[in-house]
Design a protein around this ligand. Structure first.
Ligand code: MC0
Length: 137
């Protein structure tokens, strides 16, 4: 059910500073940027190299009670999530639930650029927060 790696998400305290670091250090360019109010994040998607492969997503807290703010408080900046592209987020979530994994949402929520998303609890995936991303049609 997983099609490919969609992106890797990195929690950062300051989005503008992180964008500058990734541009100057690794030559990555921002291909999309938005604020997701429901998730409480400001995010920037970065293309790597020729842009054909998975993206790097910078995630900064938009609110002090958000998942990213809590992650930063606990351990500081770093890798926060691994996201896979799926064709049908509901079908994949149902298949994983049937294998005994906890999904964080009963129904998909809105992700980057109008995608539909859900997450596997990190405690059920070897300590990795796994995101499922169904791209917009
Ligand atoms: C927490 N834990 C993690 C973790 N966050 N482990 C690996 N990776 C992470 N990112 C661990 C804690 O250290 C703790 O372990 C245990 O999980 C449970 O912690 P908790 O205190 O019960 O739970 P919280 O409050 O830390 O929440 C964790 C949870 C939350 C994954 C449920 O972060 C969440 O709802 N995440 C989904 C939404 C999200 O991440 N949104 C931001 C990206 P110990 O051993 O200490 O018990 S938005 C996004 O990604 C969108 C825009 C998109 O891409 O389209």
């Amino acid at each position: 059910e997983l099609l490919r790696v969609d992106h890797v998400g990195i929690a950062v305290a300051d989005l503008d500073e992180a964008k500058r670091f990734y541009a100057e250090t690794f030559g990555m360019r921002v291909v999309h940027e938005e604020t997701n109010e429901e998730q409480g994040v400001r995010e920037a998607m970065l293309a790597v190299g020729d842009g054909a492969g998975p993206r790097v997503q910078l995630l900064a807290p938009a609110r002090p009670d958000s998942a990213i703010a809590k992650f930063l408080d606990r351990g500081g900046p770093g890798l926060q999530q691994l996201a896979y592209t799926v064709a049908d987020v509901e079908a994949t979530a149902a298949a994983l639930r049937a294998r005994g994994l906890r999904l964080l949402y009963d129904t998909p929520r809105r992700g980057t650029a109008g995608s539909r998303i859900n997450f596997v609890h990190p405690k059920d995936a070897g300590g990795v927060l796994v995101e499922l991303v169904e791209p917009p049609r």
